[in-house]
Design a protein around this ligand. Structure first.
Ligand SMILES: *[C@@H]1O[C@H](CO)[C@@H](O)[C@H](O)[C@H]1NC(C)=O
Ligand SMILES: *[C@@H]1O[C@H](CO)[C@@H](O)[C@H](O)[C@H]1NC(C)=O
Ligand SMILES: *[C@@H]1O[C@H](CO)[C@@H](O)[C@H](O)[C@H]1NC(C)=O
Ligand SMILES: *[C@@H]1O[C@H](CO)[C@@H](O)[C@H](O)[C@H]1NC(C)=O
Ligand SMILES: *[C@@H]1O[C@H](CO)[C@@H](O)[C@H](O)[C@H]1NC(C)=O
Length: 411
């Protein structure tokens, strides 16, 4: 807990009031008053038969477009036509789902799945995995606009909560968010994206708030990942009776692997980016999140789940099934296929065969410099112990059992 929370809580309140966002809460809790109804189950579209469009996995940044966003009030003439296509696609997905033997004809209830973690912790894989469920709408990281900054308190926290509230309700009103989608097209849900060709990638069509809002409402299930926010800031979402279909997966990864990945495998994490470069920041955030997790788990045991990336990857097909059932969905044939493809074929990706996935979990032990190792373990010793990561004296010849304990969280 940071000392200035009370003060920032006040600031947040002021900010919320000023922007007249109907969502009031501080990180340390408080009733989530004003959190309005979530997206209701969409009208079930007519279901003609055709093969489900294959989910387009999107790892990495997408194509960039250069046009400039200007808010345009009236949607263009193609919007209705594209919406119809999206609606039919969802209809086909639902039809496929009804025929999936594992569902035995039962369609699960509407659900919103939120993955909360930090950069380089496996969230892209988890998000794409859930998105392989038919008729799942992918809400890409709402907080990308924060850059390499994490919302913890104050006005930024209020802004983050407001944005998430909006997007979970299919409200696309943030110009900043729309601006992001405009330049990073892979932020758009892949199904919707597949009906938006380059000439429709316009402010009055595929980037129009009304278009996105309506398209979003066709989907019964939503997946949202967040890598730039304290877990505790989601408390009001669990408190609100109208968001009873929200499930939180708190995803955690070994800080050594996270720091190694940030420093060695991406270019954007530089020593000047304090928030991502330093293990002390990472582990302080993990400590805070663990406390929030305990609080929320006690209050809402069925709504929040702690998942270690290592446990997931170490037994990927069983864990994929397990976590899917935990959120209240059925492990569909398409999800099974996703896991099969992404853990066997793409040899150069982190998630290769299950044997390879396990090897990948130890990648950092083969490549991390001893200075980095010492730095992380010094800054993170307690955090690592709490999450069941074992300290090591060196990186030579380690196996998973040398670095991983069972995780035991005392609530
Ligand atoms: C792009 O999509 C619009 C609307 O669906 C369609 O009218 C147009 O022909 C498409 N253009 C191309 C080049 O495919
Ligand atoms: C599967 O999930 C349940 C929670 O739904 C958990 O209690 C159980 O330990 C999990 N099994 C494995 C093998 O992780
Ligand atoms: C890590 O891998 C990179 C590229 O494969 C290599 O250049 C570097 O020397 C390695 N570092 C260590 C400490 O092994
Ligand atoms: C690391 O070194 C310390 C001191 O030499 C020793 O007590 C400890 O058992 C070692 N740990 C491992 C995992 O080898
Ligand atoms: C590596 O560890 C395994 C057991 O974990 C052991 O059998 C093997 O001899 C070790 N290799 C080296 C080079 O130390």
């Amino acid at each position: 807990m940071r000392a200035s929370r009370g003060f920032y809580g006040m600031l947040a309140l002021v900010a919320v009031t000023i922007t007249s966002v109907m969502f009031i809460s501080g990180p340390s809790g408080g009733a989530g008053d004003g959190y309005n109804s979530l997206a209701q189950l969409p009208p079930h579209p007519a279901p003609p038969r055709r093969k489900m469009s294959k989910p387009r996995p999107r790892f990495g940044i997408g194509r960039r477009f250069e046009n400039t966003y200007n808010r345009i009030d009236t949607p263009g003439k193609h919007v209705t036509e594209i919406l119809q296509k999206v609606n039919s696609a969802v209809g086909r997905d639902l039809q496929i789902l009804r025929q999936d033997p594992q569902l035995e004809g039962k369609i699960p209830a509407a659900k919103q799945i939120v993955i909360v973690t930090t950069w380089r912790s496996g969230s892209t894989f988890m998000e794409a995995f859930f998105d392989s469920h038919p008729a799942m709408f992918d809400i890409y990281e709402p907080l990308s606009q924060f850059g390499l900054q994490r919302a913890r308190n104050g006005a930024q926290a209020a802004q983050a909560q407001a944005l998430i509230t909006d997007l979970l309700q299919c409200k696309y009103e943030s110009i900043k968010y729309l601006d992001k989608i405009k330049v990073i097209d892979s932020m758009m849900d892949p199904t919707v994206h597949s009906f938006c060709n380059k000439s429709m990638w316009r402010e009055d069509t595929c980037l129009h708030p009304e278009f996105l809002s309506k398209a979003c409402q066709f989907f019964p299930w939503k997946i949202l990942k967040i890598v730039r926010m304290d877990l505790g800031l989601l408390k009001p979402f669990l408190e609100s009776p109208v968001s009873s279909d929200l499930r939180i997966i708190y995803l955690v990864r070994d800080p050594r692997a996270v720091i190694h990945s940030r420093r060695a495998t991406v270019t954007w994490c530089k020593p000047t980016s304090v928030e991502c470069y330093f293990p002390s920041v990472l582990c302080q955030d993990m400590d805070n999140d663990l406390e929030s997790f305990k609080t929320l788990k006690k209050l809402y045991p069925d709504r929040i789940h702690l998942l270690r990336y290592e446990d997931f990857m170490n037994d990927v097909s069983n864990m994929a099934r397990n976590v899917t059932q935990w959120v209240g969905l059925t492990y569909t044939t398409s999800m099974e296929k996703f896991i099969e493809i992404h853990t066997s074929k793409e040899q150069n990706k982190p998630w290769t065969t299950s044997r390879k996935s396990k090897e990948h979990l130890l990648h950092w032990t083969r490549n991390m410099s001893s200075t980095d190792l010492v730095e992380v373990q010094d800054a993170c010793a307690d955090t690592m112990t709490n999450f069941g990561y074992k300290l090591v004296n060196g990186t030579k010849n380690l196996s998973l059992k040398d670095v991983l304990n069972e995780i035991i969280i005392d609530l």
